[in-house]
Design a protein around this ligand. Structure first.
Ligand code: GRF
Length: 213
Protein backbone atom coordinates (compact mmCIF):
# COMPACT_ATOMS: atom_id res chain seq x y z
CA UNK A 1 0.00 0.00 0.00
CA UNK A 2 1.36 3.44 -0.93
CA UNK A 3 1.49 6.15 1.70
CA UNK A 4 2.92 9.59 2.22
CA UNK A 5 5.95 9.06 4.43
CA UNK A 6 6.41 11.37 7.37
CA UNK A 7 10.10 12.17 7.68
CA UNK A 8 12.29 14.03 10.12
CA UNK A 9 15.68 15.07 8.74
CA UNK A 10 18.74 15.45 11.00
CA UNK A 11 21.63 17.50 9.66
CA UNK A 12 24.66 19.46 10.83
CA UNK A 13 25.98 21.23 7.76
CA UNK A 14 25.34 22.28 4.19
CA UNK A 15 22.15 20.30 3.74
CA UNK A 16 22.55 19.77 0.00
CA UNK A 17 21.30 16.19 0.32
CA UNK A 18 18.31 17.43 2.33
CA UNK A 19 17.65 19.98 -0.44
CA UNK A 20 17.63 17.12 -2.95
CA UNK A 21 14.96 15.38 -0.84
CA UNK A 22 12.86 18.57 -0.90
CA UNK A 23 13.20 18.74 -4.69
CA UNK A 24 12.26 15.06 -5.05
CA UNK A 25 9.13 15.71 -2.99
CA UNK A 26 8.23 18.77 -5.09
CA UNK A 27 8.68 16.89 -8.34
CA UNK A 28 6.66 13.95 -6.96
CA UNK A 29 9.53 11.49 -7.22
CA UNK A 30 9.27 11.02 -3.48
CA UNK A 31 5.92 10.68 -1.78
CA UNK A 32 6.87 12.18 1.56
CA UNK A 33 6.42 15.08 3.91
CA UNK A 34 9.27 16.48 5.99
CA UNK A 35 7.79 17.24 9.40
CA UNK A 36 10.89 19.02 10.68
CA UNK A 37 14.62 19.48 10.30
CA UNK A 38 16.65 19.04 13.47
CA UNK A 39 20.20 20.35 13.72
CA UNK A 40 22.81 20.24 16.46
CA UNK A 41 24.56 23.14 14.72
CA UNK A 42 22.80 26.53 14.90
CA UNK A 43 24.98 27.73 11.98
CA UNK A 44 24.08 24.85 9.65
CA UNK A 45 23.21 26.16 6.20
CA UNK A 46 20.70 23.32 6.00
CA UNK A 47 18.53 25.29 8.47
CA UNK A 48 18.29 28.17 5.98
CA UNK A 49 17.38 25.71 3.25
CA UNK A 50 14.63 24.33 5.54
CA UNK A 51 13.19 27.81 6.09
CA UNK A 52 13.25 28.43 2.33
CA UNK A 53 11.27 25.23 1.91
CA UNK A 54 8.80 26.19 4.69
CA UNK A 55 9.88 23.27 6.85
CA UNK A 56 9.95 23.75 10.65
CA UNK A 57 13.43 23.78 12.18
CA UNK A 58 14.54 22.64 15.61
CA UNK A 59 17.99 23.48 16.96
CA UNK A 60 19.38 21.27 19.68
CA UNK A 61 22.78 22.73 20.37
CA UNK A 62 25.07 20.62 22.53
CA UNK A 63 26.25 23.69 24.42
CA UNK A 64 22.75 24.19 25.86
CA UNK A 65 22.93 20.87 27.68
CA UNK A 66 24.92 19.86 30.71
CA UNK A 67 26.41 16.84 28.94
CA UNK A 68 26.08 14.55 25.92
CA UNK A 69 23.53 12.38 27.70
CA UNK A 70 21.19 15.31 28.36
CA UNK A 71 21.50 16.29 24.68
CA UNK A 72 20.63 12.75 23.56
CA UNK A 73 17.62 12.63 25.93
CA UNK A 74 16.33 15.92 24.48
CA UNK A 75 16.86 14.60 20.95
CA UNK A 76 15.02 11.38 21.75
CA UNK A 77 12.08 13.23 23.31
CA UNK A 78 11.86 15.55 20.31
CA UNK A 79 11.84 12.62 17.91
CA UNK A 80 9.23 10.72 19.94
CA UNK A 81 7.01 13.77 19.94
CA UNK A 82 7.31 14.21 16.17
CA UNK A 83 6.69 10.47 15.69
CA UNK A 84 7.91 10.20 12.08
CA UNK A 85 7.75 7.07 9.93
CA UNK A 86 11.46 7.47 9.26
CA UNK A 87 14.33 9.50 10.70
CA UNK A 88 16.65 10.54 7.89
CA UNK A 89 20.25 11.40 8.72
CA UNK A 90 21.70 13.73 6.09
CA UNK A 91 25.14 14.84 7.20
CA UNK A 92 24.31 14.65 10.92
CA UNK A 93 27.65 14.69 12.73
CA UNK A 94 26.54 13.12 16.05
CA UNK A 95 26.36 9.43 16.81
CA UNK A 96 22.89 8.56 18.09
CA UNK A 97 22.70 7.10 21.58
CA UNK A 98 21.69 3.42 21.77
CA UNK A 99 18.41 4.43 23.46
CA UNK A 100 17.43 6.46 20.38
CA UNK A 101 18.33 3.62 18.03
CA UNK A 102 16.32 1.20 20.19
CA UNK A 103 13.30 3.53 20.27
CA UNK A 104 13.13 3.55 16.44
CA UNK A 105 14.01 0.05 15.20
CA UNK A 106 14.54 0.00 11.41
CA UNK A 107 13.22 3.56 11.26
CA UNK A 108 16.52 5.45 11.09
CA UNK A 109 18.39 5.77 7.79
CA UNK A 110 21.79 7.23 7.01
CA UNK A 111 23.65 8.01 3.82
CA UNK A 112 27.37 7.46 4.10
CA UNK A 113 29.85 8.67 1.48
CA UNK A 114 31.70 5.38 0.94
CA UNK A 115 31.08 1.83 -0.14
CA UNK A 116 30.43 0.35 3.31
CA UNK A 117 31.67 -1.70 5.03
CA UNK A 118 34.78 0.03 3.65
CA UNK A 119 35.59 3.42 5.16
CA UNK A 120 33.15 3.95 8.03
CA UNK A 121 33.68 7.22 9.89
CA UNK A 122 35.01 10.57 8.70
CA UNK A 123 37.12 11.88 5.79
CA UNK A 124 36.13 9.06 3.49
CA UNK A 125 37.08 10.80 0.24
CA UNK A 126 40.65 11.56 1.36
CA UNK A 127 41.06 8.04 2.71
CA UNK A 128 39.81 6.50 -0.53
CA UNK A 129 42.16 8.66 -2.62
CA UNK A 130 45.10 7.74 -0.38
CA UNK A 131 44.27 4.04 -0.68
CA UNK A 132 44.64 3.82 -4.43
CA UNK A 133 41.15 2.30 -4.78
CA UNK A 134 39.67 2.43 -8.27
CA UNK A 135 36.07 2.86 -7.18
CA UNK A 136 34.16 4.77 -4.56
CA UNK A 137 30.53 5.68 -3.92
CA UNK A 138 27.81 5.98 -1.34
CA UNK A 139 25.69 3.72 0.83
CA UNK A 140 22.21 4.07 2.30
CA UNK A 141 21.84 1.94 5.40
CA UNK A 142 19.76 1.47 8.50
CA UNK A 143 21.33 2.94 11.60
CA UNK A 144 22.20 0.53 14.36
CA UNK A 145 24.26 1.08 17.50
CA UNK A 146 27.60 0.83 15.70
CA UNK A 147 29.45 3.32 13.51
CA UNK A 148 28.03 3.21 9.96
CA UNK A 149 27.41 -0.49 10.50
CA UNK A 150 23.66 -1.13 10.12
CA UNK A 151 22.09 -3.26 7.35
CA UNK A 152 22.74 -1.88 3.86
CA UNK A 153 19.77 -0.91 1.71
CA UNK A 154 21.54 0.33 -1.41
CA UNK A 155 24.87 1.42 -2.84
CA UNK A 156 25.87 3.41 -5.88
CA UNK A 157 29.41 3.30 -7.27
CA UNK A 158 31.60 5.60 -9.31
CA UNK A 159 35.05 5.25 -10.85
CA UNK A 160 37.88 7.25 -9.32
CA UNK A 161 39.46 9.56 -11.90
CA UNK A 162 43.24 9.73 -11.95
CA UNK A 163 44.56 13.02 -10.63
CA UNK A 164 41.21 13.87 -9.01
CA UNK A 165 41.02 15.90 -5.81
CA UNK A 166 39.07 15.34 -2.58
CA UNK A 167 36.74 18.24 -3.52
CA UNK A 168 36.08 16.79 -6.96
CA UNK A 169 35.37 13.35 -5.52
CA UNK A 170 33.07 14.75 -2.85
CA UNK A 171 31.13 16.67 -5.47
CA UNK A 172 30.71 13.60 -7.67
CA UNK A 173 29.62 11.46 -4.70
CA UNK A 174 27.08 14.07 -3.60
CA UNK A 175 25.67 14.18 -7.13
CA UNK A 176 24.92 10.48 -7.00
CA UNK A 177 23.66 10.69 -3.39
CA UNK A 178 21.05 13.25 -4.44
CA UNK A 179 19.44 10.56 -6.60
CA UNK A 180 20.17 7.55 -4.42
CA UNK A 181 18.60 8.77 -1.16
CA UNK A 182 15.20 9.80 -2.62
CA UNK A 183 15.09 6.53 -4.56
CA UNK A 184 15.58 4.42 -1.42
CA UNK A 185 13.11 6.50 0.60
CA UNK A 186 10.52 6.03 -2.13
CA UNK A 187 10.87 2.24 -1.65
CA UNK A 188 9.49 2.81 1.87
CA UNK A 189 6.67 5.02 0.57
CA UNK A 190 5.72 2.22 -1.81
CA UNK A 191 5.92 -0.31 1.02
CA UNK A 192 8.57 -2.31 -0.84
CA UNK A 193 10.84 -2.82 2.18
CA UNK A 194 10.11 -5.54 4.72
CA UNK A 195 12.02 -6.67 7.77
CA UNK A 196 11.61 -10.32 8.67
CA UNK A 197 13.57 -11.86 11.53
CA UNK A 198 16.21 -9.16 11.35
CA UNK A 199 16.67 -9.47 7.59
CA UNK A 200 15.84 -6.76 5.08
CA UNK A 201 13.84 -7.53 1.94
CA UNK A 202 13.13 -5.38 -1.13
CA UNK A 203 10.16 -6.67 -3.14
CA UNK A 204 10.45 -9.91 -1.15
CA UNK A 205 14.11 -10.36 -2.19
CA UNK A 206 16.71 -10.51 0.53
CA UNK A 207 19.03 -7.51 0.44
CA UNK A 208 22.44 -8.95 1.14
CA UNK A 209 25.54 -7.00 1.92
CA UNK A 210 26.36 -5.88 -1.63
CA UNK A 211 30.08 -5.79 -1.04
CA UNK A 212 30.19 -9.53 -0.48
CA UNK A 213 29.58 -10.14 -4.19
C1 GRF B 1 26.88 13.64 2.39
O1 GRF B 1 27.97 13.35 1.57
C2 GRF B 1 26.47 12.42 3.16
O2 GRF B 1 26.84 11.22 2.56
C3 GRF B 1 27.23 12.55 4.45
O3 GRF B 1 27.29 13.90 4.71
C4 GRF B 1 27.21 14.62 3.49
C5 GRF B 1 26.16 15.67 3.68
O4 GRF B 1 26.29 16.69 2.75
N1 GRF B 1 26.63 11.74 5.49
P1 GRF B 1 25.33 17.96 2.80
O5 GRF B 1 25.53 18.64 4.15
O6 GRF B 1 23.93 17.48 2.63
O7 GRF B 1 25.77 18.83 1.66
Amino acid sequence: MRKTLNLVVLLSGQGSIFEALCQAIKTKQLDAKILAVISDNPQAYGLIRAQENQIPTIILSMKNYTDKEAFQIALKETLLELSPDLIVLAGFMCILAPSIVQAFPYQILNIHPALLPKYPGLNTHARVLASGDTEHGSTVHFVDEGLDSGPILAQEKLAILSGGSVAELEERVKTLEKKLYPKVLQWFAEDRIQIKQGQVFLDNQLLKDLNKF
